[in-house]
Design a protein around this ligand. Structure first.
Ligand code: GAP
Length: 512
């Protein structure tokens, strides 16, 4: 299965098993908006809990808040979002569809890369073990021609991006003869800037100064509450404020599932430090955040840092933690050293002094800030895409398993009476009563035991407990492990501690 096919299968699996549904599907859905189903919400809550506990409980100097989606409109002037939170958009006059100009060009570049990779694959097939990829790429005329084309377009694209030159974007689209995937025509409008913030009307007055924005990041809620938290919590610098919440961006996207949505959730932490110490903290948080990811056991090789070469005007260092998604390494989390940009601008625009008196230095300053920011939904996609696997079994059978890290699994244990008679359902209920206060569970008595195991594998349940006739006699059950499919006989009285060892989140937190 190609990675693209795997992605399609994953999207279908998410729907079939109640993880994610297209929003308002009965009305044919809404682009880039998704709902979480009965399984999805559990996994999502577990991801959020893992982050929250790691940030706030394991760091004495980090506290949490929950600020509102709506904020005073000046917030977004101070943060720079009103002036500069834009994407370059272009419309096709025939299909009436709107696209991101930069994405059209990136897709074009990706196609050139694909062509080169196909040539390389052909060469590998032809030369077998003797194949030298570097030499092939340096000498094969087809690859060289495509590479030259790639380099030329890429250089123009980067220059357009750096200069924010909208006419240059359009010229690249025209020169590369990029067509609208729907109408197949090149009947493009000019490229123009499009602000990504959603806005709505407040109720006090009418007119343009009554515009309310739906926050495009949760971070600003932290900045405007900085003074309140610092004072009421008697916080000493360095300290951090963490928040989980919804954010909204009017993204023009296609085919990216929950990777890029219009309504999504962020887990952000702003760590306030003394100016001049921000690089130390930037490095420390890079390390801490990577450790958080790696502790999940999804393979250290599937993460990498990608340092930003071009820094935003407010940052003096920035890196992404990229994850190996089915469509390649892409940003999962951002870590930014934001200087005093946000607090400084809020101080200017609000006219309120936002300063910290540092008793060790005997002076006041606007604190600098190091931010860690991860999308809950992107993390969800990382976990699911890594976990999904199809396994061939003996006898030509196969099974679909979600090998979700056990502490994050939506259901921790399934309790299954072997048959629906002989008092087994009643005994299984006893087992449920023994487990339900500690673990998310499912009780299932429908279909053959094999089918029930498959259903639990498909939602990633780490353990199945089967109650059979021997249980009536000796109060032992069969405990089946999702990953190894190994079955062991254990007393009901020991179930709790065995399951707990694998699924308890504190074991995960202890690794940090
Ligand atoms: N406060 C900084 C900030 O918002 P960002 O890089 O724009 O930075 C941070 O976003 C993270 O939020 C990203 O790394 C990604 O995980 C997530 N994110 C951003 N836009 C998203 C979208 N449209 N859909 C889903 N997740 C998104």
């Amino acid at each position: 299965m190609t990675q693209e096919e795997l992605f399609k299968v994953l999207v279908a699996h998410c729907k079939e098993y109640g993880f994610i549904f297209p929003s308002s599907e009965i009305y044919d859905g809404l682009a880039a908006v998704y709902d979480y189903g009965q399984m999805g919400v559990e996994l999502k809550n577990n991801i959020k809990r893992y982050w929250w506990e790691a940030m706030t409980r394991l760091h004495e100097d980090v506290v949490g808040i929950d600020s509102c989606v709506f904020m005073h409109p000046k917030t977004w002037v101070a943060s720079g979002h009103v002036a500069a939170f834009n994407d370059p958009l272009i419309d096709n006059r025939d299909s009436k569809k709107r696209y991101r100009a930069d994405v059209l060009i990136e897709d074009y570049l990706a196609k050139i890369e694909e062509k080169m990779n196909k040539e390389v694959a052909k060469g590998r097939k032809r030369f077998g073990d003797a194949f030298d990829e570097a030499q092939f790429r340096a000498t094969n005329p087809n690859v060289l021609r495509e590479q030259a084309k790639y380099d030329e377009v890429h250089a123009r694209y980067k220059a357009a991006e750096d200069a924010n030159d909208l006419a240059a974007y359009k010229q690249i689209i025209l020169d590369c003869e990029i067509v609208d995937p729907i109408s197949g025509t090149r009947n493009w409008t000019d490229v123009r800037q499009f602000n990504l913030m959603f806005s709505t009307q407040g109720s006090n007055t009418s007119g343009s100064d009554d515009v309310l924005y739906l926050r495009p990041e949760t971070a600003q809620g932290i900045f405007v509450e900085y003074l309140n938290v610092q004072k009421t919590g008697h916080m000493k610098i360095p300290f951090g404020i963490a928040q989980i919440g919804k954010a909204f961006r009017n993204e023009i996207v296609a085919r990216q599932f929950i990777f890029r949505m219009k309504e999504f959730e962020q887990m952000e932490m702003e760590f306030f430090v003394r100016p001049g110490t921000e690089m130390e903290w930037f490095e420390a948080w890079k390390k801490a955040r990577m450790a958080w990811h790696v502790a999940l056991g999804m393979g250290a090789e599937n993460y990498r840092f990608h340092d930003h070469e071009k820094l935003a005007h407010y940052a003096n260092a920035a890196t992404d933690i990229e994850f190996n998604f089915p469509f390649g390494f892409k940003e999962l989390e951002g870590i930014h050293s934001r200087t005093d940009f946000d607090l400084g601008n809020h101080q200017k625009l609000s006219g309120k002094k936002i300063q910290y008196f540092d008793p060790d230095l005997g002076e006041s300053y606007v604190p600098y800030c190091v931010e860690t920011s991860i999308g809950v939904d992107r993390m969800f996609l990382a976990v699911l895409s890594h976990s999904y696997r199809v396994e061939e079994l003996e006898g030509g059978d196969s099974r679909v398993v979600l090998g979700i890290p056990a502490p994050l699994a939506p259901v921790k244990v399934a309790v299954l009476p072997l048959v629906k008679k002989d008092g087994l359902p009643e005994l299984a209920q006893e087992v449920v009563n023994e487990l339900k206060y500690d673990f998310a569970y499912q009780y299932d008595e429908k279909d053959s035991i094999g089918k029930r195991y498959r259903r639990q594998d498909a939602i990633g349940t780490p353990f199945c407990v089967t109650v059979d006739n021997d249980t009536l006699v000796d109060r032992t059950v069969t405990l089946r492990d999702r990953d190894t499919m190994e079955q062991v006989r254990v007393p009901i009285s020991e179930l709790r501690s065995i399951i707990d060892k694998k699924v308890n989140m504190s074991n995960l937190l202890r690794k940090l």
